[in-house]
Design a protein around this ligand. Structure first.
Ligand code: PMP
Length: 369
């Protein structure tokens, strides 16, 4: 029995306890093989089965069409910030160009740092605003000649989530789904590339899911590192180099768990119920809890808010975090760049757990307003 806690971390984040218990049971001796998954060759029959089953289950959960490759790579989301331009910038002959949809400058900077000095920043068309919000689609002015359009489906720091898929009129769409993958059904056929680090919704750190439409393979720049080359990895079934084997195994257990819970439809329903429970407390607090984001783009997985005023009241926020930690509600501190409170409600956090936190927030408000 472990002590009562609810882990609201933004990532690496809570895993389903049944997954951890199964990993514990199998850690030293995986299914009577006499060895741990950590000790297996990535080319062994046992590991191949783990990898192929994980891929099959992900395909099923996301209804991935047959003309898409699914890869399990290393390097995290940050690795993909570089892999995407390496693989796609040359899709269009002549001067390469990419449109990047980022709604906060910091995220744009991160992406630019990873492109630069490969591309002059002028080759990037940033569509962004300082205030975390999604600009009106009518103002987007997308370049039809761009090699691809890039966006982040759920921005983890400020809690901004796209509720619909941007229309790019045939320009390949690339999406970072690190913080909301498998929390809602998506039409994979609308995307050129989808990627997501595992450590939030689907497993532990170390493995990155990359889903690529087949016609986008084979266009990588000469200087693209082989481990990031989609064509190389896809044609080797993610085994060009040693994949993060244990992280793939844990992710496979999480996929089984999601299937057992009723699949993505069930994660989607839970996600709405959980986030509503918290946002309702914020809305009904008459300014005690403040979330300035437009309701239309509020994230269901990362819910940031301030206490006392829009700018936050340091003393009250400190008290909130101390009392929450004492009660077992962990990792609620906002990202260091924005401060305040952030509640992350990934798949492994249950409806009951979100409701408990909502109750705690109500009590804290009653005692401190
Ligand atoms: N994309 C998103 C949406 C993220 O939240 C993060 C990290 N929090 C990253 C990319 C970077 O991922 P990594 O740390 O795996 O490189």
């Amino acid at each position: 029995e472990k002590k009562f806690v609810i882990n609201f971390s933004a990532g690496p984040a809570k895993l389903p306890e049944t997954v951890l218990r199964q990993a514990q049971k199998e850690m030293v001796d995986y299914q009577d093989t006499g060895v741990s998954v950590m000790e297996m060759s990535h080319r062994s029959a046992d590991f191949s089965k783990i990898l192929n089953t994980a891929e099959q289950n992900l395909r099923e959960l996301l209804e991935v069409p047959d003309n898409y490759k699914v890869m399990f790579l290393q390097g995290g989301g940050t690795g993909q910030f570089s892999a995407v331009p390496f693989n796609l910038m040359k899709l269009k002959p002549g001067e390469s160009n990419a449109a990047v949809f980022v709604f906060v400058l910091r995220a744009l900077n991160l992406y630019m740092i990873n492109l630069f000095p490969l591309h002059a920043p002028s080759n990037l068309t940033p569509l962004c605003s300082d205030f975390p919000a999604i600009p009106e689609p009518s103002t987007w002015n997308l370049n039809p000649e761009a090699s691809y359009v890039y966006y982040c489906a759920n921005e983890t720091v400020h809690g901004v989530e796209f509720k619909t898929i941007p229309e790019t009129n045939g320009v390949p769409l690339v999406c970072d789904m690190s913080s909301n993958i498998l929390t809602r059904p998506i039409d994979v056929s609308k995307f050129g590339v989808i990627f997501a680090g595992a450590q939030k919704n689907i497993g532990c750190a170390g493995v990155t899911v990359v889903i690529v439409r087949e016609d986008l393979l084979g266009h990588a720049m000469d200087l693209c590192p082989s481990i990031f080359n989609y064509q190389v990895q896809a044609s080797n079934n993610s085994l060009y180099n040693t994949p993060p084997t244990y992280s793939v195994y844990i992710m496979g257990l999480v996929f089984n768990w999601i299937k057992g819970q009723g699949g993505v439809a069930s994660m989607d329903r839970n996600s709405s119920v959980k986030s509503s429970a918290i946002y309702t407390v914020v809305e009904e607090s008459e300014g005690f809890y403040c979330c300035p984001l437009d309701a239309a783009c509020r994230s269901r997985t990362n819910l940031p808010f301030r206490i006392g005023s829009v700018e936050g009241n340091d003393a009250l926020e400190k008290k909130f975090l101390e009392e929450a930690t004492k009660a077992g509600y962990l990792q609620l501190k906002g990202h260091r760049s924005v401060g305040g409170i952030r509640v992350s409600l990934y798949n492994a956090v249950s409806v009951e757990e979100a409701n408990l936190l909502a109750g705690f927030m109500r009590n804290f408000m009653a005692e401190n307003r």
